[in-house]
Design a binder for this molecule. Structure first.
Ligand code: GLS
Length: 837
């Protein structure tokens, strides 16, 4: 029951609900108030961590105001909203981002100093919110930043995992995993909504009955019911009042205790149900680009979509609009196939609960959903066994069969007598047991499908989804190249460069319109500008060198060329090729005379990234990198011309230190395997050059910055199939330079060679699925070119400036604008101010 308040009360709200000011004194007041009341500490008892907490709470107060005003405006205007359904939101830290987006950084920085702390120390206290694996989860976070900044009415929906992506440590060069219990202390960046609770059902059975009007209906009954509790995470836009929401669901049991069991003395049994329920949102699955067919994962997916849809439908029903308006009010973007069950759930709500006819309901469903595909890798394609769905979600399985039946009937009508095509398009894979192909369900249940970079969007049409083109034609499939937010990835991560850019361009407008970076081109010959550009890079390298020293104990020279590959460890991303190249370089250096070595460019090769805990080969790559590092870094004979480091526990905040410091970064996936990649964009935006294959977004980056400013190499996507065929059936000999490196490893140069045998095996015996041998020589040649170019420091600086200047296209604002205009059909809704809620 919402209380109806008399007019006089509203006046009081007006009076006391006015904005808390953003000036220094107001911050200091609220800081002290939070130390004493929220944290219950005294002036004699504050450390950096409590200073962080008090600052965060002070920012949170301001965020909540904006959040309230935004939600109030959106409710009043009631325009179409986009719901971004993603199982991963890799937000990283929030304090610095919120300070910058809200424009509080200067006042708060000054304020905190007077209180006896430094902003740097305070910011360092925050733990990352690491509810994602890699690019996919970080993309979701960048998109939320853009949606907020561009005043769009948007909500994200995800899960509030108790444990985020594991923490990686190294022992004897091997990765070991530790749980990331990120909620150890209170989390100021979430608002628990303990009153927003949704029941979610599993198992049970389906009963058929006839309703009063004589229609055949289905009821899903019995089974277990859990509860989803909402936690809201406010996401502030940059330079706007708009503050959108990510709603994360946490699971809990519907009943606290089985009292009968408890009374019978079976205490453990009694808490069992509670534990089972809490398990659902306990842990993020630590796999990137790889499906693990665990029942718990399927439960997570349904739990999340059921709670989210209930919430979305409840909001829509409040408006009392007819159901036909649903797609005019709601658009849901499915990130990957993870939320595909939402299609089935919405059809179930409309047909079973709202009594709408199947066809009418299906039209609403397909208009409501859009599907973004983020990978072409076969091992990442989700398929769930029919018996598993049947058991957990019996009514959903029936609906999937019906969706499939009606879809195949349409195909048969349009393209008669083609059984082969029906089998290929079917949502059900006719194996034993049968499987549900989630990507097929996602395509059939969405009105639009898109890939995330030009090449990727073409490839999905030619490969995994090619049969669908026969039926739908091309128009349903399109491309939306990924983007990154310049607020976090330049302004926040690289304050020196950001300042220089703002000064040079005369305003901060580039932060909202990244195309303005083109204005830097006319300064490329300005001596002072170039000097400051180089100085910014150097100071970022010094910052990284310090971090490396602390994290690994290795001392590196900031004047060397910093060569970086940081991303999830995967065979297709070919960190293995990189380290093999390092071995080649090392042994070449060893053969040189001191005079010869004096002429070579010194390099620091930096690796970082997590391997999925069950991914044996990827973990061996980490071990090999560390074994090589051990030998190289302790070999005085090469006189510091090469250092190798593996930075442990790569995450968003570590990325913010590494990316601005790179001279060259490697994006060297086998052509056609990396859907887009987004770190490539971050590096180039920060004036780092890239060494890459003709893959993913590298291609479009090259188009924008020009091929003089990028080092591309290797075979092309269309050659891959033939090369693999040649490996299998003509046992092509391994590339000679590669063979030499293999011999070095096998000779024991980097420790017991038996350890690495399984890794070497992936290259030999007609395998080499990722074509390292085919690309190796061109990789080495291109690395030589990199060295040569780096010797010309002036030329390199010009390239670096030109790189940043041409990166406008890769702002996530551009990407979001395209989604909003062309797929979601949503309009900005500026937040109305002077509303006090
Ligand atoms: C990924 C792709 O592998 C990346 O290439 C892509 O940039 C990212 C965001 O679209 O999505 N797909 C995936 O499963 N993990 C990813 O990082």
């Amino acid at each position: 029951e919402i209380a109806k308040l008399p007019k006089e009360t509203l006046a009081l709200w007006e009076k006391y609900g006015a904005d808390e000011s953003d000036d220094k004194e107001s911050f200091q007041k609220s800081f002290i108030r939070h130390v004493t009341t929220t944290l219950a500490r005294s002036i004699y008892n504050i450390d950096n961590f409590s200073a962080y907490q008090a600052t965060a709470h002070s920012v949170r107060d301001r965020l909540i105001k904006r959040w309230n005003e935004t939600q109030q405006t959106h409710t009043e205007v009631d325009s179409k909203r986009v719901y971004y359904l993603s199982l991963e939101f890799l937000l990283g830290r929030s304090l610095d981002n919120a300070l910058l987006n809200l424009g509080l950084k200067d006042n708060y920085g000054g304020g905190i100093k007077e209180l006896g702390f430094t902003m740097e120390d305070v910011l360092e206290q925050e733990v990352d919110a690491a509810l994602g694996n890699g690019g996919l989860g970080r993309l979701a976070a960048c998109y939320m930043d853009s949606l907020a900044t561009m005043d769009y009415p948007a909500w994200g929906y995800g899960l509030r995992y108790t444990y985020g992506i594991f923490q990686q440590r190294l022992k004897d060069g091997y990765q070991i995993e530790f749980p990331d219990y990120w909620l150890n202390f209170d989390n100021p960046w979430e608002l628990p909504r303990l009153d927003v609770v949704v029941d979610v059902q599993f198992c049970g059975s389906v009963n058929r009955y006839t309703d009063e009007e004589g229609h055949e209906r289905y009821a899903w009954e019995g089974g277990d019911t859990l509860q989803a509790i909402a936690y809201d995470v406010p996401i502030p836009g940059y330079g706007t009042k708009n503050c959108i929401n990510i709603r994360l669901w946490s699971s809990k049991p519907k009943r606290q205790f089985d009292l009968t069991r408890f009374n019978e003395g079976q205490y453990e049994q009694a808490v069992y149900e509670q534990m089972q329920a809490e398990n659902i949102t306990a842990v993020l699955y630590p796999n990137d680009n790889h499906m693990v067919g665990k029942e718990l994962r399927l439960k997570q997916q349904y739990f999340w979509v059921a709670a989210s849809l209930f919430d979305i439908v409840r909001r829509f029903k409040k408006s009392e609009k007819p159901w036909s308006n649903f797609p005019l009010q709601v658009i849901m973007d499915k990130i990957h196939t993870h939320p595909t069950l939402a299609i089935v759930e919405l059809q179930r709500i409309l047909v079973d609960l709202e009594g709408i006819g199947w066809d009418e309901a299906w039209a609403i469903v397909t208009q409501t959903f859009a599907f973004t595909n983020h990978t072409i890798l076969p091992e990442a394609m989700e398929r769930w066994p029919v018996p598993m769905i049947q058991y957990l979600l019996p009514r959903h399985m029936q609906i999937i069969f019906d969706i499939n039946l009606f879809f195949l009937q349409k195909v048969e009508k349009a393209i008669p007598n083609n059984r082969d095509l029906l089998a290929k398009l079917s949502i059900i894979e006719e194996s034993t047991p049968q499987f549900v192909r989630m990507a097929h369900l996602a395509i059939v249940g969405s009105h639009r499908v898109n890939g995330v970079a030009a090449l990727h969007s073409e490839l999905i049409k030619q490969t995994i989804f090619k049969d669908f083109i026969q039926f739908y034609g091309e128009s349903k499939f399109e491309n939306k190249t990924n983007g990154i937010t310049p607020r976090r990835w330049l302004h926040q991560a690289n304050p020196k460069l950001s300042e220089l850019i703002t000064e040079t361009l005369g305003s901060k407008n580039w932060l909202k319109n990244l195309d303005l970076l083109k204005g830097l081109k006319s300064h490329v010959n300005n001596k002072d500008f170039r000097k400051r550009w180089v100085a910014a890079k150097l100071s970022n390298k010094v910052r990284l060198a310090d971090y490396i020293q602390k994290a690994t104990g290795v001392t590196v020279n900031s004047n060397a060329l910093f060569d970086v590959q940081v991303k999830r460890i995967h065979e297709y991303k070919r960190q293995f090729m990189n380290i093999l190249g390092v071995i080649h370089r090392y042994n070449t250096l060893k053969k040189m005379t001191s005079e010869e070595r004096a002429c070579v460019v010194h390099r620091v090769v930096i690796f970082g990234g997590k391997a999925a805990p069950g991914y044996y080969i990827a973990k061996l790559v980490i071990k090999l990198i560390n074994s090589v590092a051990e030998v190289v870094n302790n070999d005085n004979s090469i006189e510091d011309s090469l250092k190798v480091v593996f930075i442990p526990d790569y995450n968003v905040s570590v990325a913010e230190i590494i990316i601005p410091a790179s001279d060259i970064s490697q994006h060297i996936s086998t052509a056609g395997t990396e859907a887009s990649g987004t770190s490539n964009m971050k590096f180039v935006l920060n004036g780092g050059l890239i060494l890459g294959t003709v893959d993913g977004a590298n291609i479009e980056i090259c188009e924008e910055i020009g091929d003089d400013n990028i080092f591309m190499f290797g075979n092309l996507a269309h050659q891959v199939d033939d090369l693999r065929h040649a490996h299998r059936y003509r046992s092509v000999p391994v590339d000679p330079s590669l063979q030499a490196v293999i011999n070095d490893i096998e000779s024991g140069q980097f420790g017991d060679s038996r350890i690495f045998a399984p890794l070497i095996n992936t290259l030999t015996h007609g395998k080499d699925y990722y074509l390292i041998s085919d690309d190796f020589q061109s990789y080495l040649d291109t690395q030589k070119l990199v060295d040569e170019s780096y010797k010309d420091q002036e030329g390199w600086t010009t390239k670096s400036i030109m790189c940043s200047a041409h990166m406008g296209k890769f702002s996530s604002d551009r990407a979001i604008q395209e989604y909003a205009d062309q797929i979601w059909e949503i309009k900005p809704v500026p937040v109305m101010t002077k509303k006090h809620i």
